[in-house]
Design a protein around this ligand. Sequence first.
Ligand SMILES: Nc1ncnc2c1ncn2[C@@H]1O[C@H](COP(=O)(O)OP(=O)(O)O)[C@@H](O)[C@H]1O
Ligand SMILES: [Mg+2]
Length: 135
Amino acid sequence: MHLEYTITELPAIATKILETSTSKNILFFGEMGSGKTTLIKEIVKQLGVHDTVSSPTFSIVNEYMSDDDQTVFHFDFYRIENEQEAFEIGLDEYFEKNAWCLAEWPENVKNLLPLNRTEIHITILDMDTRKLIIK
Ligand SMILES: Nc1ncnc2c1ncn2[C@@H]1O[C@H](COP(=O)(O)OP(=O)(O)O)[C@@H](O)[C@H]1O
Ligand SMILES: [Mg+2]
């Protein structure tokens, strides 16, 4: 599915992703500034999380709890040095927990990604517009 959107359409896009994803492991591909964090924040909000969501810049993963006690993990593999680092935090187990796992820069841990997953590919069309493909 292909979708084009501006920031004002972001809530609808997040809803669409939650409705269509057949997996709770959702991987977000796209260059720096394409809007992975922005979109994940909206998805986390729609899952019923009220914590402040910030990009996990200083750690690989942030954990949130929703109103109805669903666990949400937000990964950012941008700064990871090598896959061993992700392996050591038990990344494979996170993906098996049946929790929401929303990951930025999944290409940096490509050998550790679960088969059970939805891929979101974002490209920048212009300053305000993004194109997204759900796989
Ligand atoms: N349609 C859009 N969707 C998401 N972000 C957008 C959009 N249009 C403009 N932006 C801007 O692009 C930037 C995306 O940043 P961010 O979400 O941190 O990207 P990433 O996590 O992919 O590096 C933000 O400053 C946001 O306001
Ligand atoms: Mg980001």
